[in-house]
Design a protein around this ligand. Structure first.
Ligand SMILES: NC(=O)c1ccc[n+]([C@@H]2O[C@H](COP(=O)([O-])OP(=O)(O)OC[C@H]3O[C@@H](n4cnc5c(N)ncnc54)[C@H](OP(=O)(O)O)[C@@H]3O)[C@@H](O)[C@H]2O)c1
Length: 252
């Protein structure tokens, strides 16, 4: 039980990595607060966790709304007595294509869901963690924006994911002495709806970019998030942690 009795927010819990993480954290003893826009998916996941002797509550909302991050923290405090950890994981890919063809609307969407929402999450979560005297925050960044070689057609996404690393490092340095750790998790290609699931040609292309010649399962990424949220990573803060099948060390 790596997260026994810890109260943890998971965003992007309606799908992919976030759903796998919520199931894993609950199995490791955490009380989980599930966030995403799709209420029906969150409800089904919360019921699955509750049936398996875990504890889950959910609140559907849009991370672009400033008040949603506060509401998730308030729910954690009301239902589970405080906030010990947060997996700020939700994200979108947005339009794919070169920047000259990209709309400013797409730029704003991607930056606000992937990066501004992380800023709002930290603003809401850190005061709650200070009350507990400790906490761990994990942002889901990406190999895109970090690895050797740019991914074509992903200017806004790459900028948002690289921005998360800077945000994590600055927060880590501001709050380390308060017992609050902040790290960025950088998955490689992962088989989820936004990772190409259901599109065999895309999955094969992405798998072949990796030295391991395969993509991750959502659970493999969830296991890394579990490590960052648990006391196993107690001396780790401000780190961009790659879990990418060797993507960041490939030569070509
Ligand atoms: N899959 C990959 O290959 C890969 C690689 C590196 C990094 N990542 C990152 O991993 C994270 C999880 O992605 P995934 O692959 O698991 O994709 P996914 O299955 O598409 O899940 C994305 C999640 O984000 C939520 N979300 C999107 N926009 C939202 C909004 N405005 N407000 C609230 N929730 C929102 C979605 O829920 P609703 O639609 O219900 O709102 C969904 O739960 C993302 O940050 C992604 O960038 C993925």
């Amino acid at each position: 039980m790596e997260l026994a009795n810890k109260s943890i927010i998971v965003t992007g819990a309606s799908s992919g990595i976030g759903a796998a993480a919520a199931l894993l954290f609950a199995a490791e003893g955490a009380n989980v607060v599930l966030g995403a826009r799709r209420s029906a998916e969150l409800k089904t996941l919360a019921e699955t966790i509750d049936r398996g002797d875990g504890n889950a509550v959910y609140l559907a909302g849009d991370l672009k709304d400033e008040s949603y991050a506060d509401a998730l923290v308030a729910l954690a405090e009301k239902e589970f007595g405080g906030l010990d950890g947060a997996f700020n994981n939700a994200g979108i890919v947005g339009e794919m294509g070169p920047v000259p063809d990209m709309t400013i609307g797409n730029w704003h969407d991607v930056i606000s869901v992937n990066l501004t929402a992380a800023f709002l999450a930290a603003k809401a979560q850190i005061p709650a963690m200070k009350k507990q005297g400790q906490g761990s925050i994990v942002f889901t960044s990406s190999f895109v924006g970090f690895s050797n070689g740019g991914m074509p057609g992903m200017g806004a996404y790459a900028a948002s994911k690289a921005g998360l690393i800077g945000l994590a490092q600055s927060l880590a340095s501001d709050h380390a002495a308060e017992g609050i750790r902040v790290n960025a998790l950088l998955p490689g290609g992962t088989v989820t709806p936004s990772g190409g699931e259901g599109n065999p040609a895309a999955l094969e292309f992405i798998a072949n970019l990796h030295p391991m010649k395969r993509m991750a399962s959502p659970k493999e990424i969830a296991q890394a998030a579990l490590f960052l949220l648990s006391d196993r990573s107690s001396f780790m803060t401000g780190s961009p942690m790659t879990v990418d099948g060797g993507m960041s060390v490939r030569l070509t």
